[in-house]
Write a protein that binds this ligand. Structure first.
Ligand code: GSH
Length: 216
């Protein structure tokens, strides 16, 4: 198994968490340097035409793309520990929480969007950061309300770790990168902190990856 990764990639962080939880170690982790634009090179486009990481290449050569699809694939092929609840309503809630992060928030702050804002609309660094902070806070506001629900326990859905927790952990890492204060989001912060107590999450953190700087 090969994982295409970059230390700072939040979508890859989601996948690293699931791999660690499932006890899977990729045979190879291939660095795709996003600031250098390696994701746009022809060789990587053949792996993922969307020019984004993560991509996971199975031993038979099957290329898996889109982090949430990869998480569900890993959950189906390595059922223990399960990352989705058994009941349909619980599964829908967990997938919904995950998609607030992966579908509604994260796509607005990825490098290609920030670069487009800077190059096409001439936003300076402060303007791009303001954009990223705005969309972070929008997701955090929604998540905070959802996490006030009785269905939330130690983790996003009850006391078991689910794919929603991997998305909450990456949202918290993104908030730190973009200097978004989590003070107004105490339920979110509590769940994110609970994740970071888990070694699988802590080891997968961007700042623990090869190539990460000492601080951001
Ligand atoms: N929806 C995709 C998002 C993938 C994505 O945008 N990844 C970022 C890194 S976190 C990336 O590779 N960006 C490259 C770019 O924006 O140019 C997923 O969840 O896998």
């Amino acid at each position: 198994m090969k994982l295409f990764s970059f230390w700072r990639s939040l979508a890859t962080y989601r996948v690293r968490i699931a791999l660690n939880l499932k006890g899977i170690t990729p045979d190879e982790v291939i660095d795709v340097n996003l600031p250098q634009g390696k994701q746009r090179e022809e060789s990587f486009r053949k792996i993922n035409p969307m020019m984004a990481i993560p991509a996971l290449v199975e031993n038979d050569g099957t290329v898996l793309f889109e982090s949430l699809a990869i998480l569900e694939y890993l959950d189906e092929t390595h059922p223990n520990p399960p990352l989705l609840p058994k009941d349909p309503k619980g599964r829908a809630r967990v997938r919904g929480l995950a998609q607030i992060v992966a579908a509604d928030s994260h796509p607005l702050i990825v490098p290609r969007v920030r670069e487009y804002l800077a190059h096409e609309y001439k936003l300076d660094e402060a303007g791009v950061t303001k954009w990223a902070q705005h969309w972070h806070r929008a997701a955090l506001t929604g998540l905070e309300t959802h996490l006030q629900d009785n269905a939330t326990g130690k983790h996003a859905h009850g006391d078991q770790i689910t794919i929603a927790d991997s998305c909450i952990a990456i949202q918290a890492a993104g908030a730190a990168f973009f200097k978004v204060d989590l003070g107004p989001f105490p339920n979110f912060k509590r769940v994110a902190d609970a994740c970071m107590q888990n070694e699988a999450f802590a080891r997968a953190h961007p700042m623990k990856q090869p190539g990460a700087p000492a601080s951001v």
